[in-house]
Design a protein around this ligand. Structure first.
Ligand code: ADP
Ligand code: MG
Length: 830
């Protein structure tokens, strides 16, 4: 048998022969690392050698093809040197040989594989031999397609794709949705109505009879144990009648029901006594299904995969971390999460898997932060007097929350390290002015600021405000001149754009406000040192980095009106410093909020009438079922027509929905702000922070379809002026539970409280509403579990301090897993 070094040489030569396409091993060279490392360890190979091989192979797939040949060649040279220096490495000691042979860890050998192939043909290929089947393809590793499993053909594999299941690895991480406790074994005389339990009994008789005029079949089976008889029935499952034979002993699990005064079981799970029990007589997992996939089938193939693979999994978590966090190992966790022996073990398994997720999230975030922090940034200092003077020029007094955030930002700007700050503040808390003060501070230091907002109307609103507050031409002491603040949006004329580009390059412009046009346009800044991103969740990760890339290591301030619960913020935005504005400017009245029954809609219309008579305006929101959903746009279109015709014939009603072009949306919004419409009918696209102080009524139809945080955003569209404003929520149904959920809205105007509730009710994925990298990966962890998050954070921090780039050999698996976890993050998380 070849030694591990020789095997590796074989692969590398094969790879060279193939022209470095990373196909010498199915799935890529890095697939052999886990097995290779354990063999190399068994042979006591040098740690340095192991590390070098691991690093080279792990990064091989990511390299561009041109840089691969030298890597392979130099690794080959290196291995040869090692062999020459120490010939005993060529063949491992006999004891080790045995170990690796019995474990079947020579999956690459074509001969070995042929032999196994032969073996499996001879075998019966039934479910009693799951591991043999998996072993045949162990060279594919966990990337093997599901078709390698017994009983999974092309068609089944396609169906399973609907569940996102493509490889064996996917199966391991396809966690049960819930569990049923069938571990309670009883004799027939002791069972009671309503219990979920298991009995072991012999089949007495099997009969089939048609019901509903022959449309359905009912299969009745009488079973008995030494204590009594029990009737079982199934509907339309004739195969059971063919399978069950009188005299056979079976295990039956299910819920005890009552029929004509007798205890019975309807549609119970059953298995023969001699087979491995996956569906009965234990804590049974329940998976999410799709058409043509049954629980039984999933349990069987998952069991097949888990029993072969779980013990072979290389645990990426360093031993030290596991110990200090009190975690079970990965093999146990995977086994127990699918086939728990007890609820305690299940709990431990879940804790481990959830820990992994948060831990990966944290490590990624720490790494990101470290990458940002290496750069230096320009320092900006402002004296207290200067700042006081600027603040005193404002038409209102800043809240103490605003003061505090300005202090945070001032410190960052003076630090010499690039600021990476997230400013989180409820709708209307006054974030814009804080950003604007920071921008003039930077302008004072002679540098430029880019201020990016998600829509033209919002960019325009910021631009006007900034101009008004910072560059009034009549005001001698104004910090900026009007030509030093400019607006760049899609609508900006080509000649003006040209002029903006020039004065940006020459440094005349100090603050450029705009939409994504800021990054799409070939504008060049003379000295961009500060980037502000408003409504940051509206931008993709790449757009934010593109803005930053317009300058050299500029300071970054991102703002969001989605109040993120602290536990979540620590996790998602751990790479950013966090400032929170949890205080509203004085004089704001809470928005009076009511949940109406659908039949009370007329009252909502009366409210609109009354407010419009006072000269105010109203929003009516219709639910967005799915982005780009035709019906949703249609609903808004039809409703607008109906309202116009039947309810408000004398009013002007605007219409806003997602299928309008961005310019059209902006046009409608602007017209509404300028009071050309009294009522605006909209889908949820209206959400973004537009200020229409004259609007005082917000009606949300289908309110049950929205999360609390989103409703709070809608509500924030009103109540921006001096007048009492109203928010009326109209759910689609009288469903008490749904409507109960909505009543929280009338109890509080605090976005943070609502966000916490929202997170509890809907989970992080829905809550964030974005495909934020890393979040798709959270299957097990709950972001409401602060204790877990803290634990994972601490461990990640400690590990990071020790081995920031995870280059130690014991952290190699972790490094790989981390890359997989973040694979679609493109390295920028915020
Ligand atoms: P948001 O945090 O939602 O972006 P804005 O920055 O748009 O809020 O501010 C909302 C409104 O409150 C604006 O009209 C702004 O001028 C005003 N505002 C901001 N700060 C204060 C304050 N301290 N006192 C009174 N009004 C303020
Ligand atoms: Mg805003």
């Amino acid at each position: 048998m070849p030694s591990s070094i020789e095997k590796l040489q074989k692969f590398l030569r094969l790879e060279a022969e193939r022209g470095y396409d990373n196909r010498a091993v199915v799935g890529g060279l890095d697939k052999i690392v886990p097995n290779w490392v354990s063999e190399a360890r068994e042979q006591n190979l040098d740690a340095e050698l192991i590390q070098r091989v691991t690093q080279d192979l792990n990064s091989y797939g990511d390299m561009d093809p041109l840089s691969r040949p030298p890597v392979v060649q130099s690794l080959l040279d290196y291995l040869q040197e090692q062999l020459t220096a120490n010939p005993s490495l060529a063949s491992p000691a006999p004891a080790e040989k045995n170990t690796s042979a019995t474990r079947g860890q020579d999956p690459q050998s074509p001969k070995g594989q042929r032999e196994r192939d032969k073996g499996s043909k001879g075998g019966s290929g039934t479910r009693s031999q799951p591991s043999r089947q998996a072993e045949d393809v162990s060279h594919l590793g966990l990337n093997a397609p599901l078709t390698v499993l017994t009983g999974i053909g092309h068609q089944n594999a396609q169906t399973l794709q609907n569940l996102g299941l493509e490889t064996l690895g996917d199966l391991l991480y396809y966690f049960p949705r819930r569990y049923i406790d069938y571990s309670q074994l009883k004799t027939i005389n002791r069972i009671e109505y309503g219990e979920e339990l298991t009995i072991i009994a012999g089949v007495q008789s099997v009969s089939t009879r048609p019901i509903r005029g022959g449309q359905m079949q009912i299969i009745e089976v009488i079973v008995s144990d030494s204590t009594g008889f029990l009737r079982l029935s199934w509907f339309n499952q004739n195969w059971i009648a063919n399978r069950l034979k009188p005299g056979e002993q079976i295990v039956i699990s299910g819920k005890v029901d009552m029929y004509l005064g007798r205890l019975v079981m309807n549609n119970p799970e059953w298995e023969t006594l001699d087979q491995q029990q996956l569906n009965t007589n234990r804590i049974v997992s329940v998976y999410s299904l799709t058409a043509r996939v049954t629980q039984r089938m999933l349990r069987r193939i998952i069991h097949q995969t888990v029993s072969f693979w779980a013990p072979r999994l290389v645990d990426p978590l360093p031993e030290k971390v596991k110990q200090s966090a009190g975690l079970v190992n990965l093999a146990t966790a995977i086994q127990q999460v699918h086939f728990p022996d007890s609820f305690e073990k299940l709990q431990a398994a879940r804790a481990r898997l959830a820990f992994d997720e948060i831990f990966m999230l944290q490590l990624g975030v720490l790494r990101q932060r470290a990458q940002w922090m290496v750069g230096t940034a320009q320092q900006f200092n402002a004296s207290d007097e200067w700042l006081e003077q600027q603040v005193s020029r404002l038409p209102f007094r800043l809240t103490s929350a605003q003061h505090k955030v300005i202090d945070d930002i001032r410190k960052d700007l003076a630090s010499g390290k690039p600021m990476n700050r997230l400013l989180q503040g409820d709708v209307g808390s006054g974030k814009t002015i804080v950003a604007a003060l920071a921008a003039i501070l930077v302008a004072q230091g002679g540098a430029q600021t880019a201020f990016m907002a998600p829509t033209s109307i919002l960019a325009e609103q910021h631009y006007r405000n900034l101009l008004h507050l910072m560059a009034t031409s009549a005001d001698e002491n104004a910090p900026l001149k009007p030509e030093e603040i400019r607006l760049l949006i899609g609508d900006t004329s080509e000649s003006e754009k040209q002029e903006i580009r020039e004065s940006l390059k020459s440094g005349v412009i100090k603050i450029l406000v705009g939409t994504h046009a800021l990054i799409e346009d070939p504008v060049e800044f003379e000295r961009l040192q500060f980037a502000i991103v408003d409504e940051q969740h509206r931008f993709g990760v790449s757009q934010r980095s593109a803005l930053r890339a317009k300058g050299e290591n500029p300071h970054l301030l991102v703002m969001t009106a989605t109040p993120i619960p602290r536990s979540l913020a620590l996790t998602v935005y751990g790479d950013l410093d966090l400032s929170v504005m949890d205080e509203m400017p004085v004089g704001r009245q809470p928005i009076a909020t009511y949940v109406l029954h659908p039949r009370e809609r007329e009252r909502a219309y009366q409210m609109i009438h009354a407010q419009i008579e006072k000269g105010h305006q109203a929003f009516i929101i219709y639910p967005l079922v799915e982005k780009g959903d035709r019906d949703e746009a249609k609903a808004a279109v039809e409703e607008q027509a109906r309202l116009q015709k039947e309810v408000f014939p004398l009013l002007k009603i605007g219409l806003l929905h997602g299928r309008l072009k961005p310019e059209e949306k902006d046009r409608v919004m602007t017209a509404f702000r300028d009071q050309e419409y009294q009522v605006l009918v909209s889908t949820s696209v209206v959400e973004v922070g537009v200020d229409v102080p004259n609007a005082t009524v917000m009606i949300v139809e289908g309110a049950n379809r929205f999360g609390l945080s989103q409703l709070h955003q809608f509500r924030g569209r009103v109540g921006r002026g001096q007048d009492q404003s109203y928010c009326l929520l109209i759910p689609e149904t009288e469903d008490a539970v749904e409507n109960e959920r909505l009543t929280v809205m009338s109890e509080t105007n605090n976005g943070f409280v609502l966000a916490e509730r929202d997170l509890e009710q809907r989970g992080p994925g829905e809550f964030l509403g974005t495909r934020q990298s890393g979040f798709n990966e959270l299957k097990m962890a709950s972001l409401t579990d602060v204790h877990l998050i803290e634990k994972a954070r601490q461990q990640a921090q400690a590990l990071f301090e020790e081995d920031a780039d995870l280059s130690l050999p014991e952290n190699q698996e972790l490094n790989k897993m981390l890359r997989r976890f973040w694979s679609d993050g493109k390295g920028d998380l915020s």
